[in-house]
Design a protein around this ligand. Structure first.
Ligand code: ATP
Ligand code: MG
Length: 204
């Protein structure tokens, strides 16, 4: 729920979905830049529950991914984290999440779904694309190694924006931890410490 202490209720809200396994500076820069470009009042980070697009066995427990997302966003007053997908039973569908967020924010709030170029490429393969585009505006961010193309995207429904390019991925961070390589400065300090404390990613 969008309940919050203090401040007016938001009128423009970004939604940043992800596995966040772990959350890294590429996610945070994209959210921050889109918030700036669109004058968003807040960005809601939505860690996935049981990801249906990824190899289930290799995904870190939801609670660890949720906590890391909270740690990484805690000091930014514009950022918050929603447990909506973590607490939902069964597979994660972006459509369900957008419906629920739309219902809790009400009809007058503009929702902006923020994705990297790779995730945007998958949009057209999602079910009920028309309803997705009805529920939210989609913002595609450039991402190193992925090509942003607007071909085939419904006109006026998807915006492509340039964010500072950070060549960072969660998979690479996990691999670096496994190999004993540093992830300092790829992820926030609190995430380095959380990973060291819990022993996450030491085995694949
Ligand atoms: P993995 O390597 O496990 O797939 P990831 O780094 O792609 O992890 P996700 O949690 O899958 O991270 O991504 C969540 C969202 O953030 C997606 O929309 C993705 O495209 C976007 N994103 C991830 N990394 C970047 C980046 N470096 N720059 C811009 N967008 C990014
Ligand atoms: Mg990814």
């Amino acid at each position: 729920s969008p309940a919050r202490r203090g401040g007016a209720s938001p009128s423009k809200v970004g939604i940043m979905g992800g596995t966040f396994d772990p959350i890294h500076h590429g996610h945070l820069v994209a959210a921050s830049e889109v918030a700036h470009l669109y004058g968003l009042d807040e960005v809601v980070f939505v860690p996935t529950g049981q990801p249906w697009q990824k190899d289930l066995a290799k995904v870190t427990p939801s609670e660890d991914r949720y906590l890391m997302t909270v740690i990484a966003t805690a000091e930014n007053p514009q950022f918050r984290v929603d447990r909506i997908e973590i607490d939902r039973e069964g597979p994660t569908y972006t459509l369900d999440t957008l419906r629920e967020l739309r219902a809790s924010y009400g009809p007058d709030v503009d929702l902006y779904f923020i994705t990297g170029a790779d995730a945007l490429g998958a949009i057209l393969s999602w079910h009920n694309v028309d309803e997705l585009f009805h529920l939210a505006h989609f913002v595609g961010c450039n991402r190193p190694g992925h090509h942003l193309s607007d071909s085939g995207l419904p006109e006026g429904k998807v915006s492509l924006v340039e964010v500072p390019a950070l060549s960072i991925s969660s998979s690479e961070c996990r691999e670096r931890v496994r190999k004993g390589e540093p992830i300092w400065y790829l992820v926030p300090e609190g995430i380095v410490r959380y990973i060291n404390k819990t022993g996450l990613y030491l085995e694949t």
